[in-house]
Design a protein around this ligand. Structure first.
Ligand code: SF4
Length: 74
């Protein structure tokens, strides 16, 4: 399977720089980088909801039983 080439983000491709909305002095990509698109800002793609194939039959955690509590504090 061929891997997609990962593009390195640059401020020239950033929505904020293209629309003169960037106030940062350094021309290095920052954490608020959003790709420029002629339609404007686009919300990030929603994560897919994946159902588990196997059902959990036991809870990951449960309150201790009364007997376990009594033994713990005896
Ligand atoms: S917001 Fe960040 S990534 Fe976008 S142009 Fe400004 S510094 Fe670069």
């Amino acid at each position: 399977m061929a891997r997609k080439a990962v593009r390195v983000p640059s401020c020239d491709d950033c929505f904020f720089r293209r629309n003169l909305l960037c106030a940062l002095p350094e021309p290095a990509p920052c954490a608020t980088f959003r790709p420029y698109h002629p339609d404007g800002l686009r919300p990030p793609q929603q994560l897919r909801f994946v159902f588990r194939a196997d059902r959990r039959t036991r809870a990951a955690w449960a309150f201790p039983t009364a007997q376990e509590q009594a033994a713990l504090h005896a």
